[in-house]
Unconditional design. Sequence first.
Length: 318
Amino acid sequence: MGAGLGGRPGEGLYGRLKAYEGKATGSVGIGKDLVNEPMIRHWCEAMGDTNPAYRGPDAIAPPTMLQAWTMGGLSGQSDRVDRSGAFDELFALLDGAGFTSVVATDCEQEYVRELRPGDRITYDAVIETVSDRKTTKLGTGHFVTTRMDIHANGRLAGTHRFRMLKYAPAKRTSEERSPGRDTRIERPRPVVNRDNAGFWDGVAEHKLLIQKCDGCGELRFPWLPGCNGCGAPEWHPVEASGAGTVFSYVVMHHPPFPAFGPGPYAVGLIELTEGVRMISNVVGVPYDKVRIGMPVRLEFLRVDDELELPVFRGGDGD
């Protein structure tokens, strides 16, 4: 890969990469639709979000819809945004340096003002940062962060950042390639924090715990620090029965990734009898036999010596 891959800005490859920071990845784009009530309703129905702030004459759009108003759908955005060559040039430069693989790592949103029906959405994107050389389990490379600024009627409404790693895959040692070596890849671990630790404590005891608000009695999942309905911070856990139905599902056809086992496989949005929904694998039935409305029942799948996950069995596979 040559010298100068790390170091200070202005030295070798890293200096050339840093020169792309702040460059636009396209001209100003225009959302295909104004912010509108039907799209808000569809979003809330899909998410199971009944917050009254998203209904009625003074409705606002759910903040997490921010990027939805910029999407082009199946026809794309080619008629509404001109893309510059900066992003392609940056990736070509990284490819030429041996960083030929790419993986998305994370995204984040920041909300500045509420969006309301009738707002006209415009947006533009820039290459915000290119990191110095980093070494990860996947390999060595550079993190590239793009930032999309989203405006409503010309005023900043929020930002969406998307980060990816452009890397050279790590080479396996002769010991790692030896026939007798255990080459199993560990399943990625869930992120456990102070807001959801109780849920994972329940999983360890083979319990599916949801939250019940002490203020209004609303049941909720996933775990949150406060109630979406009344705003009360107090709550207590309730054990779900484990029975439910498939509300929606997708079939995963991604390239083979040993940590997740052989594909394709079905991932369902499960509506529990308690009325909340959660996402998990649908097992016990071929992926092409999963159907909306199919009854399912909770069980716990041991992935390895340290991790069990809640999944839903859809039948005997007949």
